[in-house]
Design a protein around this ligand. Structure first.
Ligand code: S5P
Length: 267
């Protein structure tokens, strides 16, 4: 099956080049998994690519938590990820005014030169998306922003009226690839999908094959249920990188997510 057959209306409506690149890669790998690569050594990160690349579509990084980070090692890591057909997603959760966010795309980590996707909060207003897009433009590249519309963590302050405003403003912006939704609560996700419609993607952290509470306020829901409820990508961290066999775990999450997509689209 090609991407349009698999994704249906989402493929037709989500025309952003980065959205389509994601959806095509997902079909190639039969997976809707983004790995939250939360390891704090470069060796740990390189090992993850070796273990999981066949079953994962995107790698989500937190560049500032790597103890032995260097520009050279990071370049090599990104080249290896790209060669393994992985999108690179820096979960920077930008939140400042537009011009500062643009500058923060440069600096020591120079995110604009290697990230295909970044996260942002819309707390400072929609100019942040223009700032981030200008950052990619400064490097002659294109990228997509995922706006935090919901969060998975206990007690977060992203209330329903805030979520709605993020969705209304985000839907109107071409630079927005989609939204981060709460994968631990299918009912909340259903509501988010209704608000978002078909034109933007929803990516969801807070999923684990072992549902329930995680460390320090994290909450987990079932990956298949999240996809059936409207998620287009499950973001999985410890469920994969802390597993005894990360490759096998990635494969299990890929299968769970793919079954969700097939069920959702009646395939
Ligand atoms: O609401 C959120 C948003 C994000 S991006 N909740 C989250 O947990 N995340 C990220 O997803 C978080 O930064 C981490 O990298 C990942 C979840 O990891 P896990 O180990 O709990 O699966």
């Amino acid at each position: 099956m090609n991407a349009e057959e698999v994704w249906g209306e989402r493929w037709v409506s989500a025309t952003a080049p980065m959205a389509r690149r994601y959806m095509e890669t997902a079909v190639r790998k039969s997976s809707l998994v983004c790995l939250a690569a939360d390891r704090n050594t470069m060796t740990g990160l390189f090992n993850l690519i070796d273990d999981v690349a066949d079953h994962v579509v995107a790698l989500k990084t937190h560049v500032d938590l790597v103890d032995d980070w260097s520009p050279e090692a990071w370049d090599e890591f990104c080249s290896k990820a790209t060669a393994a057909d992985l999108l690179i997603f820096e979960d920077r959760k930008f939140a400042d005014i537009g011009k500062i966010s643009r500058s923060q795309m440069a600096g020591q980590y120079n995110i604009r030169t290697w990230a295909d996707l970044v996260t942002a909060h819309l707390i400072s207003g929609p100019d942040i998306v223009d700032g981030l897009q200008a950052g990619w433009g400064d490097a002659g590249r294109q990228g997509g922003v995922l706006l935090l519309a919901q969060m998975s963590s206990r007690g977060n302050l992203l209330q329903p009226d805030y979520t709605e405003q993020v969705v209304v403003k985000g839907k109107a912006h071409d630079g927005v690839l989609g939204f981060i939704g709460n994968g631990s609560r299918p009912a909340e996700l259903n509501e988010l999908r209704t608000m978002v419609g078909e034109g933007k993607l929803i990516w969801t952290p807070g999923v684990n094959l072992a549902v329930g509470d995680g460390d320090m306020g994290q909450r987990y829901g079932d990956p298949t249920e999240a996809v059936v409820a409207g998620s287009d990508c499950i973001i999985v961290g410890s469920g994969i990188h802390q597993a005894e066999n990360p490759g096998l775990a990635a494969k299990a999450y890929a299968r769970a997510s793919w079954e969700g997509l097939m069920a959702r689209n009646g395939l």
